[in-house]
Design a protein around this ligand. Structure first.
Ligand code: NAP
Length: 457
């Protein structure tokens, strides 16, 4: 792997040099193991420790097939799907790999007793498979996580509607938390030139998801002046939803759970912030009984901040704990746009507030290639910035994932794969200088980051 890293770090290396490099027969990846899928049986979700299930293993290098590419991964990031995979919830991801493996002969190699995780990467194309025209060895890239087969007519208006749509590194093998990764060539996008490898690797999944959820015609179709309520506004999705709202002339109302996160969203330019911990909202009286009085108290707080406006858009992902409140507080005719259910996927809401006030609930999931490309373009132009807070070496992937599971992080948690240290990979120094303050906004000093992820298992 050393010659690959040396080639990437030497900026004069040509495509021909990359082609002449020997592709290693094996590489290191962060895996969960099929034989350990029962590891946490009987434990509460919060007591399941990702660090116990995530291992660094040598795995055989897959050969890119038609329309695929093998990428030397410089950096990646932890997404919440890394948490789900590593605690085997809501089900072990091996079920996805088995199903994919059965679907077509070319996919059978995804069905392995190990699952290399990771749905983000920045890196360099090492090999392009047969038929790939647009990308060549040596191209500096980021990857989005939509893997689609597109053999059915259904996916040709919107690739997220392809019945053979999968999330790479979650529902497929050979993900980005590794030294090498296998992607479809139509997952690749140009690496933003002003960012380091680790900054470039952290936005793909969450920024594209937030873009579809908030901006796209497939989501809430945000317009100038809209009031946008954003749960977890300093988290992965929320830090991008907040930027997209501000950048698009909307008015975000940011919900966070501590003052540090409140300061972060203010530093992005958000003025209306709710600290849900300080306010002590309890939307459920007990496990089975929602408390509409708390929805009303929450709605009144939003109106107090906005000068009387209810949210045109509610960006939902916490799920069970907040969904009833989200439906209640949305404006008459407004949209609750949901992409997740972190706190539970059986939602409870009072339908009278939905139908009599003509509100809509819209489900969205990741983004199609076009949406991901547009979201990446905003990053490349310095209009949206990576919300990278801390960076770990690949060997610490377990502790990094545990910090996200415990909500000890803000923004995005990065992972160095082949990049030997932080700070490498910048090509456009002038653009970087212009945006340096915004790029560094979420960064946590290394000592504090180490304390937050401290290995107490
Ligand atoms: P994240 O970085 O952990 O951020 C989520 C934020 O939500 C947290 O920072 C927390 O903020 C807030 N939150 C968590 N539990 C909450 C609760 N019970 N009530 C209110 N707020 C709560 O995770 P993420 O990357 O943003 O992902 C969030 C969810 O979306 C995950 O379930 C993930 O799997 C899903 N997701 C889905 C897609 C898709 O394509 N469908 C894509 C990306 C993510 P505070 O503590 O500051 O309030």
């Amino acid at each position: 792997m050393d010659s690959v890293v040396a080639a990437v770090l030497d900026e004069s290396t040509t495509s021909a040099t990359f082609l002449s490099l020997t592709v290693p027969e094996t590489y290191q990846g962060a895996v969960v193991l099929k034989e350990e899928a029962g590891l946490f049986e009987g434990l509460d979700t919060r007591d399941k420790d990702p660090a116990k299930a995530l291992h660094l293993r040598d795995v055989p290098t897959p050969v890119p097939g038609p329309g695929e590419a093998l990428v030397a991964v410089m950096a990646s990031s932890i997404n919440y799907n890394t948490v789900w995979s590593s605690i085997f919830e809501p089900l072990p991801t091996f079920a996805f790999l088995e199903r994919y493996g059965r679907s077509r002969p070319s996919a059978s190699r995804h069905d392995q007793p190990y699952h290399v995780l990771g749905s983000d990467l920045s890196g360099v194309v090492l090999r392009a498979g047969p038929g790939v025209q647009r990308w060549r060895p040596g191209d500096r890239v980021v990857a989005h996580c939509l893997s689609a087969e597109l053999e059915s007519a259904d996916g040709h208006d919107d690739t997220m509607l392809d019945p053979d749509q999968r999330i790479w590194g979650y529902e497929t093998n050979y993900g980005g938390l590794a030294e090498l990764a296998l992607v479809k060539a139509n997952q690749l996008m140009p690496k933003p030139a002003h960012l380091t490898w680790e900054e470039a690797a952290c936005s793909g999944l969450v920024n594209s998801t937030a873009y579809r959820q908030v901006v796209s015609r497939n989501g809430a179709r945000m317009k100038q002046g809209d009031t946008v309520l954003i749960w977890g506004a300093a988290g992965g999705l929320g830090s991008y939803a907040t930027q997209l709202a501000l950048n698009g002339g909307a008015i975000p109302v940011c919900v966070v759970s501590d003052e540090h996160k409140a300061d972060l969203v203010r530093s992005m330019g958000a003025e209306l912030v709710i600290n849900r911990a300080e306010e002590g909202y309890r939307f459920w009286k007990d496990a089975d009984t929602p408390d509409p009085r708390e929805w009303k108290r929450f709605g009144a707080h939003i109106r107090e901040l906005t000068g009387g406006d209810d949210p045109d858009i509610v960006v939902e992902h916490p799920g069970r704990e907040t969904f009833g409140a989200s439906v209640y507080v949305a404006r008459r005719g407004g949209t609750v746009v949901t992409c997740a259910s972190t706190s539970g996927y059986r939602h409870d809401f009072d339908n009278r507030y939905l139908w009599t006030s003509l509100k809509r609930v819209v489900g969205t999931h990741f983004a199609n290639y076009r949406e991901a490309w547009e979201a990446n373009r905003l990053i490349a132009k310095g209009l949206i910035h990576p919300a990278l807070s801390v960076v770990h070496p690949l060997v610490d992937v377990g502790a990094a994932t545990r910090a996200v599971h415990r909500n000890q992080h803000s923004g995005k948690v990065g992972v160095l794969c082949l990049a030997p240290r932080e700070g490498l990979g910048v090509e456009d120094v002038a653009l970087r200088e212009r945006h340096l303050e915004a790029i560094n906004r979420f960064r946590v000093p290394p000592q504090e980051a180490a304390a937050a992820t401290g290995d107490d298992s």
